[in-house]
Ligand binder design. Structure first.
Ligand SMILES: Cc1cc2nc3c(=O)[nH]c(=O)nc-3n(C[C@H](O)[C@H](O)[C@H](O)COP(=O)(O)O)c2cc1C
Length: 326
């Protein structure tokens, strides 16, 4: 009971949310998350890019269709519909078997699809939508302002067409995260998820080939999230902040809430420790609250946000020569 809170206007039994990943990609694992005490789940994203590549693959298999434009159009519509149907069923089934909020997640590459897919997920019964916006910034001819404006424009367009709460999940690669976050909030994001952790490359030095990097985060990655949750909450950002990346333990959850997070999202820790580890995280947060006489989450949220705390948070350089290394 002590862990009860709200996020995006939804009632949560715990501030610990399972983030978008294969952990939330089936009804069975969503049931497990709820049974272990998750406050909510964010479903695995539906990726427009994935739907398009599935369609291309399918087209390759069916030469007969390729020669008929109309048949090909039919196939595209059918396959797109099929992928969305699977996702819609996941939402509907999950809503039947668990009593925690189900947040759907969308990642698209074209404006029209953001709107139409998000609307279909809303109609399927999703309690909220998380926009997983990740516009690649690899083209040197595109200026940063244009990319940032695109984030805002996607959000505004989706927002015009939906009536459920919307959160936006972003990466940490912006020149001014603070401005980006405030602009998203102004454009109607009820929540901001900081941060996504993108697919990383590595190089196999024996084969001398690029290979996928480690998809699982480490606990140390938590500190950059902590910095931004602290800064944005101390600057009075009007939307709710959900801390993601490197949140591993109950201690990490307490830190993010002290910094001002409304919820935290966990992923890698559950890949490493199993979904049931949510029980331990919740128990550790409750034990800490007990020790410090807090009866609810709101009473300690954002309290480590005084001027002197923020001075430390804002420091980037090691100014003195001798720092204690531990
Ligand atoms: C296997 C795997 C699949 C993921 N799939 C998605 C996804 O579909 N959409 C999304 O927004 N994030 C996805 N993520 C990113 C996680 O939701 C999370 O933001 C990231 O792993 C950082 O949090 P963590 O340190 O708790 O793992 C995925 C992560 C992993 C490891």
């Amino acid at each position: 009971m002590k862990l009860r809170t709200t996020y995006l206007g939804l009632e949560l039994k715990s501030p610990v949310v399972v983030s978008s990943s294969t952990l939330t990609g089936s009804v069975e694992s969503i049931k497990q998350c709820a049974a272990a005490g998750a406050g909510a789940v964010v479903l695995k994203s539906i990726f427009e890019e994935q739907i398009l590549s599935d369609i291309k693959r399918e087209e390759g298999y069916t030469d007969i269709y390729n020669s008929y434009f109309e048949a090909q159009e039919y196939l595209n519509t059918f396959m797109r519909g099929n992928e969305i149907d699977i996702y819609v069923k996941l939402i509907q089934e999950a809503k039947k078997v668990v009593d925690i909020p189900i947040i759907a997640s969308v990642n698209c590459t074209s404006k029209g699809e953001w709107i139409s897919i998000a609307r279909e997920l809303q109609d399927a019964g999703a309690d909220a939508i998380e926009l997983n916006i990740a516009i690649p910034a690899f083209d040197r001819d595109i200026c940063a302002r244009d990319i940032e404006n695109e984030y805002i424009s996607v959000l505004e367009e989706v927002k015009k067409n939906l009536n459920i709460p919307i959160s936006v999940k972003i990466g940490d690669h912006f020149s001014n995260i603070s401005r980006m976050a405030f602009n998203l909030s102004k454009a109607g994001a009820k929540g901001l998820v900081l941060f996504n952790r993108f697919y990383n490359p590595d190089i196999n030095i024996e084969k001398m080939k690029v290979v996928p990097g480690n998809s699982i985060s480490t606990r140390e990655e938590n500190s950059n999230t902590l910095r931004w949750i602290s800064l944005l909450s101390s600057q009075g950002i009007p939307c709710e902040l959900s801390a993601s990346k490197g949140v591993y333990t109950g201690e990490d959850v307490v830190k993010q809430i002290l910094a001002g997070a409304k919820t935290v999202q966990v992923c890698s820790t559950l890949y490493r420790n199993g979904i049931d580890y949510i029980k331990q995280i919740n128990a550790d947060v409750e034990a800490w609250m007990e020790r410090h006489n807090f009866n609810d989450v709101e009473s300690f949220r954002g309290i480590v946000n005084k001027k002197e705390d923020i001075k430390v948070v804002e420091r980037l350089q090691y100014l003195r020569r001798n720092y204690d290394l531990h």
